[in-house]
Write a protein that binds this ligand. Structure first.
Ligand SMILES: NC(=O)c1ccc[n+]([C@@H]2O[C@H](COP(=O)([O-])OP(=O)(O)OC[C@H]3O[C@@H](n4cnc5c(N)ncnc54)[C@H](OP(=O)(O)O)[C@@H]3O)[C@@H](O)[C@H]2O)c1
Length: 293
């Protein structure tokens, strides 16, 4: 079973940048219609022009939408209904992170992460999946993160939201098995996009070895290949894929200690562990005592 990419209508959230933009470019010559969703309208319009140069017969629908606002998501769905846009494939790609100790994180940022990373994909899937099941053809491609599978201080909310996407996608995949709808999760590692700059994880990501980092184009290519093969979980990038496969064999208590050790190494010299953040987690890390882990 393959998702209806060729000549299908594909909605991509977060199409204005990074992985979402690359997915749109790589789908331009195959899809019938692409629905591009994000907040930055000028970027979406510029992308539409680029896509039409690649394929002048492609239908491109630009939908400016703040996924953190449920009313805006409802307006998006209403606009699709009014314009008789029938979505064959939904790509839940938009997402944001924030590198901060939880107690110091602003509630508005936490709320935004929960809305964009969790509520919007769940709502869009709820509204669009039933029509795919009725038609016995469709696809849901959810972008989670390898960050959900490791334990690192400073990324509690982000990791939590992506763990939700993991559980949601795996269970949903089993629910619709045999219905004609393909459900795939992509869990990238470090990808060169605007993500780290916006999440404040540049320092952190800069310490990840270069052999783990991949381009957004490669991430999109491997994501689409895995989706077309109806794979359950895609780890884009060869070295990263093997690292994640091996890490899934590691018992959870060992993962905790590994997270502790990695955090000490990763966060040394970064702003998260500066004295301006005298929180208990920081003190434990600096003291080097894995007591109670
Ligand atoms: N890059 C990495 O290293 C990495 C690693 C693992 C997982 N991921 C995941 O990959 C996905 C794509 O991220 P990326 O790396 O491509 O990052 P990116 O370049 O920052 O792109 C994020 C996209 O999400 C959209 N977005 C953010 N907030 C939104 C909102 N409130 N409403 C509508 N759209 C919103 C942005 O569009 P606007 O700002 O125009 O709204 C943008 O198009 C995310 O789910 C991320 O968690 C990335």
């Amino acid at each position: 079973m393959r998702p209806p990419i060729d000549s299908g209508t594909i909605l991509i959230t977060g199409a204005s940048s990074g992985i979402g933009r690359e997915l749109a470019l790589q789908l331009a010559r195959r899809a019938r219609t692409l629905v591009l969703v994000a907040r930055r309208l000028e970027r979406l319009e510029a992308l539409r022009d680029e896509l039409l140069l690649l394929n002048p017969t492609l239908g491109v629908v630009v939908e400016q939408c703040d996924l953190a606002n449920p009313d805006s998501v409802d307006a998006l769905l209403e606009s699709l209904r009014e314009n008789l846009v029938r979505v064959d494939v939904l790509v839940n790609n938009a997402g944001l992170g924030d590198y901060s100790l939880y107690e110091q994180e602003s509630w508005s940022r936490i709320h935004q992460m929960l809305q964009v990373n969790v509520m919007a994909p769940v709502l869009l899937t709820h509204r669009l999946l039933r029509h795919m099941v009725e038609r016995k053809r469709g696809g849901i491609l959810n972008i989670s993160s390898g960050g959900a599978r490791v334990f690192l201080p400073g990324l509690a909310v982000y990791a939590g939201t992506k763990r939700f996407v993991d559980g949601f996608t795996e269970s949903l995949r089993l629910e619709v098995f045999g219905s004609g709808v393909v459900v795939t999760q992509v869990a990238p590692g470090p990808v060169e996009t605007e993500f780290s700059e916006l999440a404040g994880t540049e320092e952190l990501d800069g310490q990840a070895p270069s052999w783990l980092r991949i381009s957004a184009a490669r991430c999109a290519r491997e994501a689409l290949a895995g989706f077309e093969n109806a794979e359950a979980l895609v780890y884009p990038g060869l070295a990263y894929r093997w690292m994640m496969r091996l890490s899934s064999l590691v018992p959870r208590p060992v993962m905790r200690v590994a997270g502790f050790v990695a955090a000490r190494r990763l966060y040394r010299g970064t702003s998260l562990l500066e004295p301006a953040h005298p929180d208990p987690g920081q003190r434990a890390l600096l003291a080097g005592a894995p007591e109670g882990l």
